[in-house]
Design a protein around this ligand. Sequence first.
Ligand code: SAH
Length: 498
Amino acid sequence: MEYRKNDIVTVQIDDIGNDGEGIGKIDGFTLFVKDAVIGDTVEAKITKIKKNYGYARTEKIIKPSSFRVEPKCAFHRQCGGCQIQAMSYERQLLFKQEKIRNNLIHIGGFDAEAIDKMMEPVVGMEHPWRYRNKAQFPVGYDKNGNLITGFYAGRTHDIIPNTDCILGTAENKQILEAVLSYMKENHVPAYREQTGEGLVRHILIRTGFASGEIMVCLIINGTKLPAEKELIKKMTGLSLVETTPMEDADCRQGETEEKNAYDKENAAKKKIVSISVSVNTERTNVIMGKEIRVLWGRGYIEDSIRILGAPEESRIKFRISPLSFYQVNPEQTEKLYSLALACAGLTGKETVWDLYCGIGTISLFLARYAQKVYGVEIIPQAVEDAKENARISGIDNAEFYVGKAEEVLPEKFAGEGIRADVIVVDPPRKGCDDRCLETMLAMKPERIVYVSCDSATLARDLKVLCGGGYELRKVQGVDLFGGTVHVETVVLIQRKDT
Ligand code: SAH
């Protein structure tokens, strides 16, 4: 049978695509079905036909999957930020496990049996909501010209008003509403993308979950905000304590008493400590501008992360500015970095390289247990932050270089003869550059720990490393992004001849 666009078909969903979509077959013809959950039977409308497959959208659920749950967010279909919110959390974790496994087998060429033997279950969250410490909300107008903020509808730049994304903190709502009321009262226009006119483009809010410190940064299409004082008055006048999600006992199941007490005490101190503007006058999709101007308080927030199993005093402190990269889910980040640290197997004698080190997060975890840590990061500001973070955490055995990992590493190794017992990498989604991988092999570290946010490029790079004398020892996913299709993976590989 021939299928055409707009045809309505009934399809049973028996697989999940990489982007969380349902996959089903009708007469052997594969359909990728948006908003369908594995196990569903749905009525779907075909939206696009290719030669051997097509795309469709769920119109009606005929028989719901046993993995289907009631989505917590009313906007989840329009938003597209949480692709798999309608799937039970356990099934989400299994999906992520399978995604990593499949990539290692199909892209990495690893043996399925070997993978199954060493792969541990994905580390999930206790409570997969309100976990994000950072959010960027676009500001604009609705059809009637009312000022709104919320999120872009999937694949568009139409703003759907919603000040309470349930991945973000409960305080975001209060802050966003206060910014909108400041804008209305002082006739501050929102930016209009089509014309490039107007002023306020985005509102960035970052929260230190352990410290309670909050940063508000308005990204503006201009250099100055009218009636700045009024904004400051609104922000500093907010009382945020009552709505703190940390009070929610549900959020904290399974945590130690000590950690609970620490976080509760600090969360109770939740307060805005930094108000700034970021100047972005370019007509671009890039959210942040390069120039940050502090209007009130500090230019940064501080936060800290605990090394699991270590005493409270060994927390690593971070200074986070509006432009710094910092993992968005601090609770799971503790688990991720602690796992990476355990894989590094440090005894205190090792020289360790941390490539793609950002603001030194993993580097400083490692430094507590290594003789020397070298971090490499391409963004100069992040390296400045890394040095400062080392200082405020009382760490003096970490050194940081600005540059590309694929350039700095060969230079320091071939040029200066600096060696490595352990190398940790945590690259962006595109993975490591070939030259970086080659140098890593030439340095012959005993162990390599690969932290990855994209298991496809991870598998590709592991194929090269394992082809060069290393073998896979441990694979474990950590879920930092509940409701979405993303997952972090930590892999340990070991040199064969040791
Ligand atoms: N390990 C850090 C940062 C990981 S994100 C953390 O967990 O917080 C990846 C980092 O790699 C970013 O900070 C990015 O700026 C940096 N980066 C991207 N390409 C790079 C390259 N070629 N060489 C070095 N760093 C790079």
